[in-house]
Ligand binder design. Structure first.
Ligand code: HEM
Ligand code: HEM
Length: 173
């Protein structure tokens, strides 16, 4: 078994970490609080929707790479329950990232937002839709899971000191 993830998966992991964390922070602190009448909202939407769609494409690529490449043996935490939690968290991160992109596409299309953002259509008055609610709920779950994931990575690296970070790095240990 290899001692680290495939280089393509490593590159995609860090690229997507950057995109997802950026979308989560900017989406909840800049985009959502802006009133629809503010001209800055249009620019924010262009960036958010553009990066959101790129993120979706990169996630599809990542899933394909993940399913077709060999990966290191599951990390041992010394606790059977925690050992089961790690893969469950990883799959939940995939599911939530896809939920974010797909729900975003569904409710923005339903409100006619792409016409306003990428064409000459008028800005919708509201985005009321069940997929809009899902976008918010999934974003908070994703924030919580990413926090747990980062805490676990730091715990492995600095408390358990098992060199886990090097499995998600391009250079060999
Ligand atoms: C600064 C932030 C992050 C750090 C320090 C970090 C660290 C790591 C490390 C060390 C691993 C290897 C774990 C192992 O070998 O068992 C890993 C795997 C993984 N990370 Fe992260 N990560 C970060 C952000 C993210 C984000 C934002 C996501 C969201 C999707 C994510 C999703 C995953 C997944 C799904 C895996 C398992 C490999 C795979 O199936 O792609 N990580 N991460
Ligand atoms: C893939 C990753 C994505 C992430 C992590 C993300 C994250 C977020 C977050 C955190 C919010 C604020 C939610 C709130 O506080 O209620 C938000 C709002 C929004 N997102 Fe996304 N998003 C993503 C993709 C997309 C895509 C692909 C689209 C559309 C094509 C989209 C369209 C929107 C819209 C229209 C809003 C509403 C802003 C408002 O209510 O004024 N998002 N997003």
């Amino acid at each position: 078994m290899p001692d680290r993830y495939h280089p393509a998966l490593v590159v995609l992991h860090w690229l997507l970490a950057f995109c997802l964390i950026g979308l989560l922070i900017a989406g909840s602190t800049v985009l959502a609080p802006l009133p629809n009448t503010d001209p800055a909202k249009l620019i924010s939407f262009r960036l958010h929707m553009g990066l959101g769609l790129i993120t979706l494409l990169l996630m599809v690529l990542r899933l394909a790479v993940r399913l077709t490449t060999r990966r290191p043996a599951p990390a041992d935490t010394g606790n059977a329950w925690l050992n089961r939690l790690a893969p469950a968290t990883h799959w939940a991160l995939y599911i939530l990232a896809f939920t974010m992109a797909l729900s975003g596409m569904v409710f923005s299309r339903a409100s006619g937002l792409p016409d306003a953002v990428f064409g000459a259509g008028a800005m919708p008055a509201s985005f009321d839709h069940s997929a809009r609610t899902l976008h918010t709920i999934a974003s908070r779950l994703l924030m919580a899971l990413i926090t747990l994931h980062i805490a676990a990575a730091l715990w492995h690296q600095f408390i358990r000191r098992d060199g886990l970070m090097s499995r998600m790095a391009l250079r060999r240990r």
